[in-house]
Write a protein that binds this ligand. Structure first.
Ligand code: PLP
Length: 436
């Protein structure tokens, strides 16, 4: 790979959040099967991105494909604004059964993770009668006006777009690399909880806040888990002040972390609402907000309606996706293979000082590439690695410029995973030897 291509990738990363322009590799995909993608020239790639965690069941899973075909031949579309359909009704029941909250829940449909997060804002405001929303720096919640206002991952997301949605207050997220080398976990959590409370003590009346929206594990923010003790503190704070607690599960849900929902990695935390999309229907455009019944009943009929939301074909794909996750034990599989991947990258970290950190929660990982001397993020080395891994037959991208995003389809086989490790062995060794 030539230097000029590295340069090109770096430039494209700079405009990451303007999005439509980003393209990592000069590849036109033709088809996919399981964890393998094939381009129009017949080249095969192991997919470590899963369409940004949207194909947890892998590409063209036969059960999902058949469900789509059967439903398309039966009823392809009818807007839920006027008629229910049996497939989407069945899906609502299945989602209620796996919801991470107790008590009766209801589901609201959409077409994307972005619109689901907008819906969370609507339901929270309508139910509480309060106007303020709290979200976190480093978060990515989507591209519609509401969801991009909630986000805090890149200036390019909001440049030229203001004024944004009023009433959204951002608080700092305790990302792992913000912890000082000699700082105890307790001090770190207390420091960030103090920063969290600051707006409430100065200008933000807690009893006027409708909802706190979080990613329990920030995806685009670097596969960074919120420290459980910090989560408990902000959850208790929310309960104390009648503030709703909502979790964006668009990236991290549907089995990615080895649980149905990432929030289930935090015992005792019961969200009032969650949003899901991406892998919900194995990548087909379907989103849902699952929330406590009383909250979901707070909006009148036309307030959150999209003609193609809750579409029967995407709903059939979602039912089949849930079936596949259950029948193929993909939650356990994510945990088991995730542990294997964690062990691999942690061993690599011991060997190569340019690996500054490894986080892995199921098949859901972030690997920090840093300058071995200063420990500073090394975007150039990350870019070189990404291209070398691509040449060797696997597709991976970066987050924040220097974090390898490891999110393969959960159906990846052990043999394929071993092949992935061999590819990284070679790429890491070449980087260490100054050959890239
Ligand atoms: N929320 C999270 C955590 C995401 O990662 C994304 C997409 O990357 C979204 C919301 C937006 O979803 P969509 O692109 O389907 O609108």
């Amino acid at each position: 790979m030539t230097g000029s291509n590295h340069q090109l990738l770096a430039q494209e990363n700079d405009v990451f959040a303007t999005c439509a322009r980003i393209k990592y590799f000069d590849v036109v995909l033709d088809h996919g099967k399981g964890a393998v993608l094939t381009d129009v020239e017949g080249n095969h790639y192991l997919d470590l991105l899963a369409s940004a965690s949207a194909t947890n069941t892998g590409h063209a899973h036969p059960t999902v494909v058949k469900a789509i075909q059967d439903q398309a031949a039966k009823l392809t579309q009818y807007t839920p604004a006027y008629f229910a359909n049996s497939t989407t009704a069945k899906l609502a029941k299945r989602l209620a059964a796996i919801a991470p909250m107790s008590g009766p829940v209801e589901v609201a449909w959409g077409n994307s993770g972005s619109d689901a997060n907008d819906a969370i804002i609507k339901f929270a405001r309508a139910y509480t009668g309060r106007q303020y929303i709290v979200s976190f720096t480093g978060a990515y919640h989507g591209s519609t006006y509401g969801s991009l206002t909630l986000s805090g991952v890149s200036l390019n997301m909001t440049r030229k777009l203001g004024p944004l949605l009023p009433g959204v207050v951002k608080v700092p997220f305790p990302s792992p690399w913000e912890q000082e080398a000699d700082e105890s976990d307790e001090h770190f959590v207390n420091r960030y909880f103090k920063a969290f409370k600051e707006p409430f003590e100065t200008y933000l009346p807690a009893d006027e806040v409708a909802v706190i929206v979080i990613e329990a594990i920030q995806g685009d923010g670097g596969i960074a888990m919120m420290p459980p003790a910090f989560m408990q503190k902000i959850y208790d704070f929310a309960k104390e002040h009648g503030i709703l607690f909502a979790v964006d599960e668009v990236n991290q849900g549907m089995g990615r972390t080895g649980k149905w929902w990432s929030i289930q990695n935090f015992p005792g935390i019961e969200p009032d609402m969650i949003s899901t999309a991406k892998s919900l229907a194995s990548g087909l455009p379907l989103s849902a907000v699952i929330g406590r019944k009383a909250i979901m009943e707070s909006l009148g009929a036309p307030a959150n309606v999209y003609t193609t939301a809750g579409n029967p074909v995407t709903s059939a794909a979602a039912l089949a996706t849930i079936d596949v996750i259950e029948k193929e034990h993909l939650l356990a599989r994510s945990q088991k293979l995730g542990a294997k991947a964690k062990a691999y990258f942690e061993a690599a970290k011991e060997k190569y000082p340019f690996i500054g950190g490894v986080r892995m929660y199921g098949l859901d990982g972030g690997i920090d590439i840093v300058n071995p001397v200063t420990g500073a993020p090394d975007e150039e080395a990350t870019t070189k690695l990404i291209y070398r891994v691509f040449e060797l037959g696997a597709i991976i991208i970066s987050l924040r410029g220097n974090i390898l995003r490891f999110q393969p389809p959960l159906v990846i086989t052990e043999e394929q995973l071993d092949q992935v490790f061999k590819i990284f062995d070679q790429a890491f060794a070449e980087l260490a030897a100054g050959k890239l």
